[in-house]
Design a protein around this ligand. Structure first.
Ligand code: ZN
Length: 315
């Protein structure tokens, strides 16, 4: 980031007409350009009136773009989203003063907000399913059923629903990366974590983890008399299992034997499971994969917020 100036030009033809600009060069240089380049809006005014812009004031600023943003934000015109790059405006002097005052104090733009945990989790989810398919995710996945950008190894780019690509859809132009959804599933081995209850035993639950589908589990009578009361599809079954036991307040080392616990507490643990998993995945990824946020910023791992690893008490 280069420091520079926020400058304010006035025009003799109209006392309320101002040109606000920012530059990393000297404002006098920009003034000369505004008075001589008739292709620009400021130059057209010079041409039409025969009068030149004058430098009213300039402020040295550390972050010129940010200072200009702050200037407009401090005026009643701040709500106008798109200034067409002209920044010539009729304004009351009070507005200008408020803008200049704010620009003086603007400092450096604040760091971008870290991406939410679920964006990291969905991005990781997507990347797993693209492995070896010749398709690259461009940016990140905010929602599995929203839109994300993809690129194939032939250079085609497209925007589509991430879940469709996750389930095997290939490049719409050349077909690269098209794959059977069952093949993808087998390569990834996602699991299903189940909260099991027994019709004859109240106050007792079991946790079941399977890499099969629930249908297969029932067909094979996998859990005997135990019934699936709640379940979650889990991307990282091993991590999911360790987290669910942590949420239940039991060590995983109990060989998955039934435990005595109130059903409502176990149900709450299942509600907490996915957000906790996303938080763990985001925590891991923030450390090693910087994701590009929606702006032009790179998320710096050092700047990400401290992650709390405190264990939630469950009764
Ligand atoms: Zn292609």
């Amino acid at each position: 980031m280069k420091s520079g100036y926020l400058y304010l030009l006035v025009h003799p033809s109209d006392p309320d007409l101002y040109k606000v600009g920012q530059t990393t060069r000297h404002p006098e240089e920009r003034l000369a350009e505004h008075n001589s380049n008739y292709k620009e809006y400021t130059g057209q005014i010079v041409k039409e009136t025969g009068q030149k812009w004058e430098l009213k004031t300039c402020i040295a600023v550390t972050d010129p773009y940010w200072a200009e943003t702050v200037f407009w934000g401090a005026t009643p015109l701040g709500a106008i989203p798109f200034r067409q790059g002209i920044e010539v405006q009729k304004m009351e002097w009070e507005w200008v003063e408020a803008g200049l005052e704010a620009a003086r104090k603007a400092g450096v733009r604040p760091p971008p907000k870290p991406l939410p945990d679920h964006v990291y989790a969905y991005t990781a989810w997507m990347k797993k399913r693209l492995e070896g398919r010749g398709i690259t995710l461009v940016g990140h996945v905010r929602s599995k059923f929203g839109k994300s950008d993809f690129q194939c190894s032939n250079g085609h780019e497209w925007r589509t629903v991430p879940n469709n690509v996750a389930e095997g859809e290939g490049c719409p132009q050349c077909g690269t990366g098209k794959k059977d959804s069952e093949e993808i599933r087998q390569a990834i081995k996602p699991g299903i974590l189940c909260l099991l209850v027994h019709p004859g035993k109240s106050g007792v639950i079991k946790i079941g983890l399977t890499y099969s589908t629930l249908k297969q589990c029932y067909e094979e009578n996998f859990w005997g008399d135990w019934e699936v009361h709640r379940y979650r599809n889990v991307e990282e079954p091993v991590l999911a299992e360790s987290i669910i036991w942590e949420l239940l307040g039991y060590p995983l080392s109990n060989d998955r034997e039934p435990i005595h616990i109130e059903l409502s507490i176990a149900e709450q643990a299942f509600r907490d499971l996915i957000p906790r998993m996303q938080s763990e995945i985001a925590f891991k990824l923030r450390g090693c994969i910087p994701l590009v946020s929606d702006g032009n910023y790179i998320l710096c791992p050092q700047n990400s917020t401290a992650h709390s690893r405190s264990v939630k008490s469950v009764g």
